[in-house]
Write a protein that binds this ligand. Structure first.
Ligand SMILES: Nc1ncnc2c1ncn2[C@@H]1O[C@H](COP(=O)(O)OP(=O)(O)OP(=O)(O)O)[C@@H](O)[C@H]1O
Ligand SMILES: [Mg+2]
Length: 618
């Protein structure tokens, strides 16, 4: 295998799909808030186009009227008019740029905000399948590509149409035969444009895909865990090769797009040059014959370039539009992704949660990748990895308010899966999960999640101060509340000993807390949140005796007065639980106190004897 084997599947398959119906209508929907600015923009373009007619007509008037008459006053007046129109044009150009920048940047911001809001609402299943780089790529590259459809293209289409019409009308008034002649070459502009547009569209799709793949590799490798893995296991040269392949693909697509665009542009320029030359030649003959004045010829010669320029511009705009629609479509694809886990209509708030948790014949299977929300992003990661089995096969469990239940079971038994159903990270396939007797799908997500606190196996901290990380759970927490929570979680002394105390920046790129410290900080964060139900996914790794005692004390503080579900790997935790549930074959195989189960001679007793289930404190 070549250096490509590490790369996600190529998405050439989506490359040549034609644009979805209605894309342009939706683009207009995004432009609507800028109606006024767009109107000003177009008005400025219109006035500028009319002003541009002034200089050729001034020249004609000077040559044909003012000079032969020797009218100095008229000459000065005409020259002043030209200066005024230049001044006005300068002002209009600045106004136009302001408008187009406001529309363009506004649109970029709108699209980004819409995408961010959307991605936030997508289920966790989306994030488990989609590389971060693919997401950021849509929010950066594609958004910028998309807005250019509206700003540069809209501006250029309108200004070119106006310039074309006004110029043609003026030319027709001056000399209709030459004007008609100048339009003979028109089909040469229109016919090839569509084909070139198609080609560029397909190149642009490839470019966006390669960009996303490149982004994915960067975000995956250039974080602490990824970089560590590459250093310890990877081959840096191989990594670079893979990256270069993508970078080269972006380059060659870029060169192809540039060349195709330029060859087309130059060809149009050539046609225009021939057309202009024809006007000069034939016009000069007409002057010799005395049909037109030389002033008219000069004016026509100046005007005719203003026919071919906008024609070239319009043709290019069409090509540009086709390309940037590709980006719009990729943005819409994300905006259209289904949101399976949202508040159902009429969902009610969970108020004054007592903490009863009930699982009723829960069957659960992870959502299939083929049912993915955004195909072009997710399928890059997992080619056809559809789960074909139920992880939970009919699990029932009732946990009373204030009770602590320890969950034990072999690795892969479904412990983490089971607890992820309670805050609705996933929805059950059948059966139901209830909190305080209400199906979690009938409760509002905000109130449900406010009632549940989770400490994960490897808790995540954001790259910010310890205080800010803690306040993520409760933004209004005072300094003394932070300290109180940290004291209860047995982490205050550690934090106080740091040079910057609570202002120490932590997270991947900050001060690195140890595993046990991190878990205690996560417990402090949970205490600040003060949920009725607490879920703890205990770290599998051994903690030393000292840390273990600290974590246990922190836990005792956290569990007090709450319903707790603890995925336990240590005998001390299991022993202190009110009941122990043993997971096997996707259901609860046994449930009872440690003493009951140890005496029962079932799975628990057998595995306890074999030392498979739990680790003794070292
Ligand atoms: N996002 C996912 N998509 C598909 N299958 C998954 C996903 N997460 C877990 N699984 C599968 O579900 C099964 C249960 O996984 P789970 O994480 O619940 O196990 P666990 O009991 O928590 O194990 P451990 O003790 O090792 O943490 C495993 O077979 C796993 O491969
Ligand atoms: Mg687990």
């Amino acid at each position: 295998m070549g250096p490509h084997h590490m790369m996600p599947r190529d998405t050439d398959a989506v490359r040549d799909v034609t644009l979805a119906e209605g894309t342009s209508r939706r683009v207009w929907a995004f432009a609507r808030p800028y109606q006024t600015t767009i109107a000003v923009f177009l008005a400025a373009i219109l006035v500028a186009a009319l002003l541009a007619l002034v200089p050729p007509l001034v020249v004609r008037a000077i040559l044909d009227d003012a000079i032969p008459d020797g009218d100095r006053g008229l000459i000065l007046w005409l020259a002043g008019l030209a200066v005024l129109s230049a001044l006005a044009d300068a002002g209009l150009q600045i106004l136009q740029r302001w408008c187009s920048a406001s529309i363009g940047e506004g649109l970029i911001a709108d699209l980004r905000i819409a995408l961010y809001a959307k991605v936030q609402r997508l289920p966790i299943a989306f994030f488990t399948r989609t590389p971060t780089g693919a997401i950021t790529s849509r929010l950066t590259n594609d958004v910028v590509g998309a807005q250019s459809a509206l700003t540069s293209t809209l501006g250029s289409v309108v200004s070119n149409v106006i310039v074309l019409i006004t110029t043609l009308v003026t030319m027709l008034a001056l000399e209709w035969r030459l004007t008609v002649l100048s339009l003979v070459v028109l089909p040469l502009f229109i016919v090839p444009a569509k084909r070139v547009g198609r080609r560029l569209q397909s190149i642009s799709r490839q470019q966006m895909t390669h960009n996303a793949t490149m982004n994915t590799q960067m975000t995956e490798r250039f974080n602490v865990s990824g970089a560590l893995l590459v250093k310890l296991f990877g081959d840096e040269r191989r990594e670079l090769d893979t990256f270069s392949t993508q970078a080269d693909a972006v380059r060659s697509a870029g060169v192809r797009a540039a060349m195709l665009g330029r060859v087309f542009f130059v060809a149009l320029g050539l046609v225009a040059a021939v057309g202009t030359a024809a006007i000069y030649g034939l016009g000069a003959l007409l002057v010799v014959d005395g049909d037109i004045t030389s002033g008219t010829l000069v004016a026509l010669a100046a005007l005719v370039t203003r026919v071919y320029q906008p024609l070239t511009g319009l043709t290019n705009a069409r090509v540009d539009l086709m390309t940037s629609m590709v980006s719009f479509e990729r943005v819409f694809e994300v905006l259209d992704a289904p949101e399976p886990i949202v508040d159902r209509p009429g969902a009610v708030d969970l108020v004054a949660c007592t903490g009863r948790v009930t699982l009723d014949s829960v069957v659960f299977r992870y959502p299939a990748a083929s049912a993915s929300a955004v195909a072009t992003m997710e399928q890059q990661a997992i080619p056809g990895a559809d789960p074909d089995r139920d992880v939970l096969t009919g699990m029932s469990l009732d946990i009373a308010p204030g009770e602590t239940v320890a969950i034990v079971g072999a690795s892969g038994a479904g412990k983490s899966t089971m607890v992820s159903l309670i805050p609705r990270l996933y929805d059950v396939t059948s059966g139901s999960v209830k909190v305080d007797g209400a199906d979690v799908r009938d409760l509002t997500l905000t109130s449900l999640r406010a009632a549940i606190g989770v400490v994960a196996q490897d808790p995540h901290l954001f790259h910010t101060s310890i205080a800010d990380n803690l306040r993520f759970a409760r933004p209004s927490a005072t300094e003394s509340e932070l300290v109180e929570a940290c004291r209860a979680a047995r982490i205050h002394d550690t934090i106080a000993a740091l040079p910057d105390g609570y202002d120490t920046v932590v997270g991947e790129r900050g001060y690195r807390l140890s595993g046990g410290e991190k878990q205690r900080l996560a417990i402090a964060r949970l205490l600040l949140k003060d949920p009725a139900i607490m879920i703890l996914d205990e770290a599998t790794s051994h903690l030393d005796n000292d840390n273990e005692a600290h974590v246990q004390a922190a836990l005792d503080a956290a569990l007090h007065g709450r319903t707790a579900i603890v995925i336990a790997h240590r005998l001390t935790t299991v022993r202190s639980a009110d009941r122990i549930a043993v997971l096997d074959g996707g259901r609860i195989a046994e449930i009872g106190t440690h003493e009951e189960l140890a005496a029962a001679n079932g799975v628990y007793a057998a595995q306890l004897r074999a030392g498979e289930l739990l680790s003794q404190p070292s």
